[in-house]
Design a protein around this ligand. Structure first.
Ligand SMILES: Cc1cc2nc3c(=O)[nH]c(=O)nc-3n(C[C@H](O)[C@H](O)[C@H](O)COP(=O)(O)OP(=O)(O)OC[C@H]3O[C@@H](n4cnc5c(N)ncnc54)[C@H](O)[C@@H]3O)c2cc1C
Ligand code: FES
Length: 269
């Protein structure tokens, strides 16, 4: 196995993204990756100095600038780990490992990218959309569905709008955009494009991913999704992150090592 070397990076920004203070953007400088960083990769971060909390937390890379080493993650305050991270001030040195895991693939230009983000599933998909558009994918052939419970859960919208993709917002309570679940918005908006060949990308809560996987399997769309699991080691050793395989019944995948990006139909959700 490749040697995993932690490194310390300075926090340059830890900024609240919503009024209520649930979502934050953390930017670190001077990250020297052990290999090129691509959408789908994650980092394993110590959210506070010392041994408490003991386990690192996994965060998808939401952007990376190879020229400056500026690495960005977006997180939602969900429990103790992220509550501690929220308190970190610029100038603090944080310890991280990465990039870890595999990456999203790039669809051929003949395929239409259908990106489906639910809640805090946004970060790796925002990176992916920028990556595709920077690599001359016509923004009009990128559909970006972004759903949350209500409008307060939809963050970083100016940045998403600047990309120029077809951005379709939706909320469970109808406070912004399409009223309903994000997978319902996908069905509603794409029904007019029956002949197109779609390649779907998903990240979000597991029930959303299960619904998206089912939809893609029925419609015979290719695609891939980024999964989450508790990750004690992050490098394939402890088996703390396993999920049952769908394509090879009776066996398991390690989300950290075999993923976190899996093909549609690969993992049982
Ligand atoms: C590949 C991947 C990418 C992710 N990307 C993002 C992202 O971009 N943004 C985001 O907000 N969240 C992301 N997450 C989720 C994130 O890692 C945290 O699990 C989540 O933020 C939980 O918040 P917390 O640490 O505050 O919760 P806590 O309440 O502190 O922890 C949740 C529970 O999990 C346990 N736990 C926490 N970490 C570990 C660990 N490493 N091993 C074993 N048990 C553990 C804790 O003991 C506790 O019981 C990602 C997870 C994965 C696997
Ligand atoms: S987190 Fe240890 S094997 Fe995946």
């Amino acid at each position: 196995m490749k040697k995993i070397i932690p490194q310390r990076c300075a926090v340059i920004e830890n900024r609240r993204l919503d009024k209520a203070g649930w979502y934050y953007r953390l930017r670190l400088s001077g990250f020297v990756p052990s290999r090129a960083v691509y959408p789908g990769h994650f980092v394993h971060l110590k959210v506070a100095p010392g041994l408490d909390p003991f386990f690192r937390r996994a965060f998808s890379v939401s952007d990376f600038d190879a020229a400056t080493g500026a690495l960005e993650i977006i997180y939602k305050v969900a429990g103790r780990g992220t509550a501690l991270l929220r308190e970190v001030r610029p100038g603090t040195m944080l310890d991280l490992i990465g990039p870890l895991g595999n990456r999203f693939t790039v669809p051929p230009k003949s395929q239409t990218a259908v990106i489906v983000a639910g809640g805090v599933g946004l970060p790796p998909l925002a990176f992916l959309a920028r990556y595709l558009i920077d690599r001359r994918h016509d923004p009009k052939t990128v559909f970006f569905f972004y759903g949350g419970r209500s409008k307060e859960d939809l963050i970083d919208l100016p940045r998403l709008r600047r990309m120029g993709a077809n951005l379709i917002l939706c909320t469970d309570d109808g406070s912004r955009g399409f009223k309903g679940m994000v997978t319902e918005a996908v069905i509603h908006h794409l029904s007019q494009f029956d002949d197109r060949r779609f390649h779907v990308y998903g990240c979000g809560p597991e029930p959303m991913l299960a619904a998206l996987q089912e939809l893609a399997l029925v419609r015979q769309w290719s695609g891939e999704m980024s999964l989450e699991a508790p990750m004690p080691c992050g490098v394939g050793v402890c088996l703390g992150c396993i999920k049952p395989s769908l394509s090879a019944p009776g066996s398991y995948v390690r989300v950290c090592h075999d993923g976190p990006v899996f093909k549609i139909g690969e993992v049982q959700l």
